[in-house]
Design a protein around this ligand. Structure first.
Ligand code: ADP
Ligand code: ADP
Length: 227
């Protein structure tokens, strides 16, 4: 469970990115942060892995104030996927996915075997493992990004507009894959998008942000649509 308790982020230039966020993100569900550009979704997401420190309030993971956690240890339990997959250009696809386990001291053979399993999990052909990131389509790169984020088997997965840069047909395919993955893995996923259709499709819970960094609504997609 991730809880925001009066969490706020005010930038020195006076911008209120997040006003006063009280929200509980439930374990094992997909919670989508949706809202227009600039409404504080990314800032709120980044408070969870301490890429952003709130200027007020507290964020807890499983009841523990994340300021009391070692940032490196905290992040080991939190996968992070962004719009441009951010793959290492000089590592093969397989080694991109194996990077984190290797850093954690897992033996090379074991890390690569695990990476191969993850490739299958996200729907990438084994032969892709030998390719370089630039040889993949945008959609395939996003799959690699998801596999890499899952490599340390984190209980929490943060996804910031991961599918926004790919064309609509590929995006639908990636959404299907994520739904399938989530049925298998039951991670605590926090997914940021400005696309309400995507939010309704993927979310078990939807947090609607509005300009000024305020939470306008929090509900299930079904209830959100019938209001
Ligand atoms: P969203 O993800 O909903 O598009 P963000 O969380 O990225 O919104 O941004 C919320 C607000 O905070 C925006 O007005 C944005 O311009 C502002 N902001 C984000 N980062 C900074 C920063 N480093 N300095 C000043 N303002 C920022
Ligand atoms: P999409 O529009 O679905 O993102 P692309 O048009 O970028 O796909 O790529 C289509 C196919 O061509 C993909 O299977 C991708 O792996 C392959 N491909 C793209 N760029 C290269 C490259 N530089 N070398 C080899 N294969 C490539």
């Amino acid at each position: 469970m991730i809880t925001f308790e009066g969490a706020a982020k005010h930038y020195p230039d006076g911008t209120v990115a997040v006003a006063d966020l009280d929200l509980t993100v439930e374990t094992g569900r997909t919670t989508v942060f949706v809202g227009p550009s600039g409404s504080g979704k990314t800032t709120s997401l980044r408070m969870i892995n301490r890429m952003v420190e709130p200027t007020r309030g507290t964020v807890r993971v499983d009841g523990v104030d994340i300021r009391d956690r070692d940032p490196a240890l905290l992040r080991r339990g939190i996968g992070y996927v962004i719009q441009q997959a951010g793959l290492f250009p000089h590592r093969t696809v397989l080694d991109n996915i194996a990077t984190v386990p290797l850093l954690l001291g897992v033996r090379k053979r074991t890390a690569r075997a695990r990476a191969a399993e993850l490739m299958e999990l996200v729907g990438l052909e084994p032969s892709m493992g030998r390719r370089w990131p630039h040889q993949l389509s945008g959609g395939q790169q996003q799959r690699v990004g998801v596999a890499r984020a899952l490599a340390a088997d984190p209980p929490i997965l943060l996804m910031d507009e991961p599918f926004s840069a790919v064309d609509p047909v590929v995006r639908t395919g990636l959404q299907d894959e994520l739904l399938r993955l989530q049925r298998e893995l039951r991670k605590t996923i926090v997914f940021v998008t400005h696309d309400i259709d995507e939010a309704v499709r993927l979310g078990d819970r939807i947090a609607v942000f509005r300009p000024g960094g305020e939470l306008a609504q929090y509900d299930t997609p079904e209830r959100l649509l019938t209001e």
